[in-house]
Design a protein around this ligand. Structure first.
Ligand code: PLP
Length: 382
């Protein structure tokens, strides 16, 4: 068998599965203890009731003679329209695609490029860009971020650059100037930026979309999702923009590719996503986001008060914390797990530049976050 040998690279000890194994082992040997997770990348609020009601109506419609079957490969027209009106008024419906998750989209978007395209990702970032590229049997190069964890302008040619902002894990929303330098590079090099913007609803100030940056329409594909703000992590629905200005035929061929490769996101999920734009849903979604934002402010204040070097958090549900005493990522992970019974995410999972740091998430419940801070404080005072 001519096996994809790049799949071997997915077996990496610096991965979420190593962390999960250690957590499982700890919990198995301490079954009665309360282990608190500050590692959670999932949301903790369920989907809001207005969205659920609309999805139930959609399921009922699917039992009637006017049920919706195949055909909406790129998304149902009503949802595409709502996305354009609410978020991308300067684009056409033809440039917007609906899909079943940014995790899927960030990998499959590579099918737009030739197989020898030079692909770059920043270190540290969401590891799925690297791993899905390997799954597609393509090679990729890592580019170290600078000391403030900003993406640097590459000193060589890339055809594709993955940029995640606000970045997972650092929680940093890149500034206009940082992004403008990347867009200028992309224009000069004929490179395309895959801009993962799944945390856009957590942005308080600064660049909200890559298309706020001059010239980006010529060189960027932006990915967004309903996962994080509308609690669609299980329901699954995402969307992305492929601007006509990237190439005169890009939407003609990308549409052909999509029709031939994808049967569309679940109709019921799309109806739910559409309902997320209704006023009745928006107020509950906004309440959930505010809750997570309060969590993140509490984490920022308290980790800072306890003497940790902290960044991120202002525009994302994550803070990025430097381990004390020169501990590396796994040492600090083990210390938190074994001595404080708190789960954090080791920074090295997101790339070697993340070693010595850890990610703390605000997507959990406030009571747990407060208890975790109390434990850290008591431990530090010993
Ligand atoms: N992109 C980033 C940066 C993420 O952190 C995550 C999930 O944690 C995803 C994409 C996955 O999004 P989706 O649920 O739409 O697949």
């Amino acid at each position: 068998m001519k096996f994809n040998k790049n799949l071997y690279k997915l077996e990496n000890k610096n991965s979420f599965s190593t962390a999960i194994d250690r957590i499982k082992a700890y919990k198995a040997s301490h079954p009665n203890n309360r282990v608190i997770s500050l590692g959670i990348g999932d949301v903790s609020f369920p989907v809001v009731s207005h969205i659920a009601d609309k999805m139930i109506e959609a399921i009922k419609r699917e039992t009637g003679s006017d049920f919706v079957g195949y055909g909406n490969y790129c998304g149902i027209p009503e949802l595409i329209d709502a996305i354009r009106v609410n978020e991308y008024p300067n684009f056409s419906n033809e440039e917007i695609y609906v899909s079943d998750g940014t995790k899927t989209d960030s990998g499959s978007i590579l099918e737009i490029f030739d197989k020898d395209a030079k692909i770059g990702i920043y270190n540290p970032t969401y590891p799925i860009y690297l791993n899905s590229t390997y799954s597609l049997n393509r090679d990729i190069e890592l580019i170290d971020s600078d000391d403030q964890f900003n993406p640097v302008v590459p000193n060589k040619h890339f055809d594709v650059l993955y940029v995640c902002s606000p970045n997972n894990p650092t929680g940093i929303n890149y500034s206009y100037d940082v992004l403008k330098a990347l867009v200028d590079y992309a224009i000069k090099e004929g490179c395309v930026i895959i801009y993962d913007n799944v945390y856009f609803r957590f942005i308080n100030s600064g660049v909200k979309s890559i298309y706020d940056v001059d010239g980006a329409r010529k060189r960027a594909i932006e990915l967004r999702s309903f996962s994080k703000h509308a609690s669609f992590t299980g329901i699954r629905c995402s969307y992305y923009v492929v601007p006509n200005e990237l190439h005169e035929d890009v939407n003609k061929y990308w549409r052909l590719r999509t029709v031939n490769r994808f049967n569309g996101a679940s109709y019921v999920a799309q109806v739910g996503a559409l309902a997320s734009f209704d006023e009745e849903a928006k107020k509950d979604i906004d309440k959930n986001i505010l809750y997570y934002k309060n969590n993140v402010n509490y984490l920022l204040d308290n980790f800072t008060r306890l003497g940790y070097g902290v960044s991120g958090g202002k525009d994302a549900p994550y803070i990025w914390v430097k381990a004390k005493d020169g501990l590396n990522s796994w040492e600090v992970f083990d210390k938190f797990l074994n001595e404080l019974e708190i789960i954090i995410v080791p920074g090295i999972i997101f790339g070697s530049r993340g070693d010595g740091y850890f990610r703390v998430s605000a997507l959990g419940k406030f009571e747990d976050i407060k208890e975790a801070i109390n434990r850290i404080e008591r431990y530090e005072k010993k």
